[in-house]
Ligand binder design. Structure first.
Ligand SMILES: [Zn+2]
Ligand SMILES: [Zn+2]
Length: 214
């Protein structure tokens, strides 16, 4: 999952770190930042970084463009959210509730709406028993899209054991729709349990269903 950047991560002008930057001219060119700023100023523009600075000493890729201060997001008209009645499932109320989208709480949690009690809440696919065919495939697609990426070191390599653990964990995630995402160990054998579920037992030693989810 990637998180959207905050506006205070947008750096421009003299705040762009480093002495050199990459700018797109005839292909990507490495130039002195002061020179790039001067060229930008001649065009009534400035320089801004394409990505938030990461603390990496590598020169940043920058864009020459207009920036108004105080810095602001563009303003857009609200996008209407419509309830899709095809995405029903049997809610705890005994009536039809509806899948709405991503709950943005825990990985794999969906947001749902109960018209009977007029409450929105979060739900995991493992908590849903009866649903429309459309809801089943909505969840299937949602979970594939929400899968965490495999572990990786700073060089971009993945350890074989990590890769195998990840394969198992995401396969269970697609089935159960839960991703606990914290460390836990088995209280019997001491193995580090796969991150899709909480609790203090591995699969072999009778996994319990600990792990509170919001
Ligand atoms: Zn309901
Ligand atoms: Zn165990």
């Amino acid at each position: 999952m990637s998180r959207m950047w905050r506006l205070d991560q947008f750096v421009f002008g003299d705040d762009v770190p480093g002495d050199e930057v990459y700018v797109d001219g005839d292909g990507l060119e490495l130039v002195d930042k002061s020179e790039a700023l001067a060229v930008a100023a001649e065009r009534g523009a400035t320089l801004f970084a394409e990505w938030p600075p990461s603390g990496d000493p590598e020169p940043l890729a920058c864009i020459v463009g207009k920036v108004s201060t105080p810095l602001r997001w563009e303003q857009t008209p609200p996008v209407a959210q419509e309830l899709d009645e095809a995405l029903w499932f049997s809610g705890a109320c005994g009536e039809r509730d509806y899948l709405v989208g991503n709950s943005h709480t825990f990985t794999g949690r969906l947001s749902a709406w109960c018209p009977t009690t007029e409450v929105s809440y979060s739900v995991s696919s493992s908590e849903i028993t009866e649903m429309s065919l459309e809801a089943r495939y909505f969840i299937k697609g949602f979970l594939h899209g929400a899968e965490p990426d495999p572990p990786m070191d700073a060089e971009g390599d993945t350890d074989d054991d990590d890769l195998e653990a990840w394969r198992q964990a995401v396969a269970r995630f697609r089935r159960n729709g839960t991703w606990y995402g914290r460390w836990g160990t088995c209280s019997v054998c001491g193995s580090v349990v796969l991150p899709d579920r909480g609790g203090d037992r591995c699969e072999v030693h009778g996994h319990d269903t600990g792990g509170e989810q919001a």
